[in-house]
Design a protein around this ligand. Structure first.
Ligand code: MTE
Ligand code: MO
Length: 330
């Protein structure tokens, strides 16, 4: 495979991008149809979309998902190109530069892979990846992802609500929080052992957040299995929270009674709280969170776009935080 260096991160050849462009064209068509402008052909197109699913970049194994019916799960914003989604990443186990994960994560071994469910559940279990892939119907979700650093993307994920898995393992009454433990393998992850963070990278949610239908257990993007740098073979995606809440390459999910420690909170308590909901009104101690730059769209000198409360998912998730002081619970 040939790569072109561009804007500091790895871009693949234009020929590999074409199917993604086709995908974006189909979405534009669907948007047009939604306005009623081409009503007569609506039925035909809807049928075709259901069959065709997501056009593939043709790099990895296909993983199709039916368009999600969950409220708020499909934004019609322009998709971030595949080359940017998979070339500009945070995955510190593979290095701290945005281009490091794409360059280094080929060493990650994603099969065999198991996810251990333990703690306050009636049915603890070690799931093999193949079991997890069949646990619930795959859906396509198009989410905004907002990194705490001030950039964002729009990504077509494939997966299903985490609640599907939670229901299967039957949490006990003591399960108040969910802790996600990700892989920390010094043999395949060159920066595990570096002192930027404590390893393994851990994250957590309150039980009601974990049960929210938008909380996605993801296995793919752009109609294919996740590339390693995106957190293969399974990761969380929480669209209303800063990106770091969405742990990559998960190996264990623990149901616990007390609020679990989280990687970034342990590293800098006053900068990264447990909740970490996207909030343009609460600045990071060292920078504003009021605006963001859309990767692949907004150039370095473009005017930044405003960041939305809960990253634009307030209608869906606002109720989870009713009565909470979001300045204190940052
Ligand atoms: N295991 C692990 N998960 C992680 C990270 C990480 O360094 N290690 N980085 C987080 C951060 S800061 C962000 S913004 C998102 C980035 O996801 P993306 O690279 O798929 O856009 O992953 C999150 N999940
Ligand atoms: Mo991030």
């Amino acid at each position: 495979m040939h790569f072109l260096k561009n804007r500091g991160f790895v871009h693949s050849h234009a020929s590999e991008i074409t199917p993604v462009a086709a995908y974006e064209r189909r979405r534009d068509m669907l948007k047009l149809l939604a306005t009623g402008a081409a009503g007569a052909t609506l039925a035909a197109w809807a049928g075709r979309d259901a069959l065709a699913q997501v056009a593939r970049p043709n790099k990895l194994a296909a993983l199709a998902g039916a368009r999600s019916a969950v409220a708020g799960a499909v934004t019609m914003e322009k998709l971030t190109p595949y080359v940017d989604v998979t070339g500009y990443n945070n995955f510190y186990e593979f290095g701290t530069d945005k281009s490091d994960p794409a360059q280094n994560a080929h060493t990650l071994k994603t099969r065999p892979w198991t996810v251990t469910i333990e703690g306050e559940v009636k049915k603890p279990k070690v799931f093999d990846l193949d079991e997890l892939l069949k646990l619930a119907p795959m859906e396509e979700r198009i989410y905004r992802l907002r990194c705490v650093e001030g950039w964002s993307m729009v990504i077509p994920w494939v997966g299903y609500s985490l609640s599907e898995l939670i229901k299967k393992v039957e949490p006990t009454g003591n399960a108040k929080y969910v802790e996600f433990v990700t892989l920390a393998d010094p043999k395949t992850m060159p920066f595990v052992g570096s002192r930027v963070l404590e390893w393994p990278y851990v994250e957590g949610l309150r039980m009601d957040e974990a049960m929210h239908p938008l909380s996605l257990l993801s296995f793919g993007l752009y109609g294919e299995v996740l590339p390693n740098q995106s957190g293969a073979p399974v990761r969380m995606v929480l669209p209303w929270k800063y990106g770091f809440k969405s742990g990559k390459s998960i190996v264990k999910i623990r149901f616990v009674e007390k609020e679990p420690g989280t990687a970034w909170n342990k590293a800098a308590k006053n900068e990264y709280g447990f909740y970490s909901n996207v909030n343009p009104n609460v600045d990071h101690p060292r920078w504003s969170q009021a605006t963001e730059r859309r990767i692949g769209e907004d150039g370095l000198f473009a005017k930044k776009r405003p960041t939305l409360m809960f990253n634009g998912y307030e209608a869906q998730v606002g109720q989870l935080y009713a009565g909470m002081d979001l300045k204190k619970n940052y």
